[in-house]
Ligand binder design. Structure first.
Ligand SMILES: *Cc1c(COP(=O)(O)O)cnc(C)c1O
Length: 396
């Protein structure tokens, strides 16, 4: 078999969407799917949101791209709004999550470099973490499936067990720059960090002059009912990476930092040809307009609680299959007692419900942030029916 023109790195399924409308996707033959995957937590406003569509269309007709060699009224305005809404003092815009994490890693290293401690270059990261697919970001996880065959990887990362504060603190030495951690692991299986863990990492950073770098690419941007997930923990990070929901489907990411943490990022130290171009800024502003509307985040929290409650009510009816629900807001996971990939495929192919499989046999439930009660009811109906007729594989 010759290689396919589209490099065959994804196990693509039979769903071939050609159109989206709100919380629904439509395939080539008109098949309709309830989309509780949202392009993996990207389509925060669902599909075809009129505000986002209009903002992109208007900006495309006005000015799509200019180089970062020129002044950016669009970037200045959007960055100011993110600064006003968060812990950060400054923002670098990227085109993806991995690039936002790369910028975060570079910012952390430069901080210690300009402080006269260039030997402090190691970030302590965590088991089952996911930070992206660039060489830097695969080096920041110890998951073999992402690293195998790509060695030599980037030095400067050490790995502790997620939620194991003692283990993480034990790795601190003269070369440590800080910690890089997802407040809620997404790909790893919707594993929320405990409060003690995140607070303990913050305290260690304060005690040892280290930086707390959070990867909020999946958990951030309204997904948990807070603009950023660290707000749930009552800690203030030094640097975060955001992406996924930030552009609502337009490729956009951001690295946000405090003035202190970003002090090494001076002229010439970093760049991106596309990063933060006027079209991306228009998309980002339209999404932020909606997310910051009064009541929007409260409604995410409310819908998250309803969905969780409905899932928890359903679980005991299918005791052979479901274990428990975890997560925050509209970033929920159902831990299964058997292979989650197979059940996700069953829901998709036989019940018109899109979810995402994750590590630890978890089914990720990541609906658009604009769902209402009717979508929750429909999801539960489809999930229950899918579970009722499901026969796990004999070897599961
Ligand atoms: C998706 C994801 C990334 C990578 O984002 P890309 O846009 O695919 O580069 C990084 N970190 C986390 C936590 C993610 O969920």
């Amino acid at each position: 078999m010759p290689i396919t023109p589209l490099m065959p790195v994804y196990p693509r399924c039979g769903v071939r969407p050609v159109r989206g409308e709100g919380v629904y996707l439509y395939g080539e033959q008109g098949e309709k799917y309830l989309d509780f995957a949202s392009g993996i937590a990207v389509n925060a406003l669902g599909h075809g949101h009129p505000k986002l569509v209009k903002a992109i269309a208007d900006q495309a007709a006005t000015l799509m791209h200019v180089s970062n060699l020129y002044g950016s009224p669009q970037g200045e305005k959007f960055a100011q709004r993110l600064v006003d809404a968060s812990f950060a003092d400054t923002v670098f815009f990227t085109n993806s999550g991995a690039e936002a994490v790369e910028c975060a890693i570079k910012t952390a290293r430069r901080y210690h470099f300009v402080n006269g401690n260039p030997e402090r270059h190691d970030l302590i990261t965590f088991d089952t973490a996911f930070h992206g697919r660039t060489l830097g970001t695969i080096s920041a996880t110890n998951q073999a499936k992402m690293r195998d065959g790509f060695e030599p990887l980037l030095p400067g990362f050490k790995y502790a067990n997620f939620n194991d504060l003692e283990g993480a603190l034990a790795l601190i030495d003269d070369n440590t720059a800080g910690f890089l951690v997802e407040p809620i692991q997404g790909e790893g299986g919707i594993r929320p960090a405990t409060k003690e863990f995140i607070k303990g990492l913050r305290k260690a950073c304060d005690d040892h002059g280290l930086l707390l770098v959070l990867d909020e690419v999946q958990a951030g941007y309204g997904r948990t009912g807070k603009l950023f997930a660290h707000e749930l923990y009552g800690v203030v990070p030094d640097i975060i990476a955001a992406a996924k929901g930030i552009g609502g489907g337009f490729p956009l990411g951001a690295c946000l930092a405090t003035e202190e943490a970003a002090k090494g990022m001076v002229i010439g130290t970093h760049g991106s040809t596309y990063g933060g171009n006027p079209l991306a800024m228009a998309a980002g502003e339209a999404v932020l307009d909606v997310i910051l509307e009064p009541g929007f985040l409260e409604n995410v929290e409310k819908m998250g609680a309803r969905l969780r409650q409905a899932l928890e009510q359903m679980l005991p009816n299918h005791d052979h299959l479901f274990d428990h629900v975890r997560g925050h807001g509209l970033m929920l996971g159902i831990k299964l007692k058997s292979d989650s990939r197979r059940f996700v495929a069953h829901c998709r192919d036989n019940h018109g419900l899109l979810t995402v499989a994750a590590g630890d046999n978890v089914v990720r439930i990541l609906p658009p942030l604009v769902i209402d009660e009717s979508h929750i009811a429909e999801c539960i109906e489809r999930l229950s029916e899918a579970a009722r007729v499901y026969v796990p594989a004999a070897d599961d």
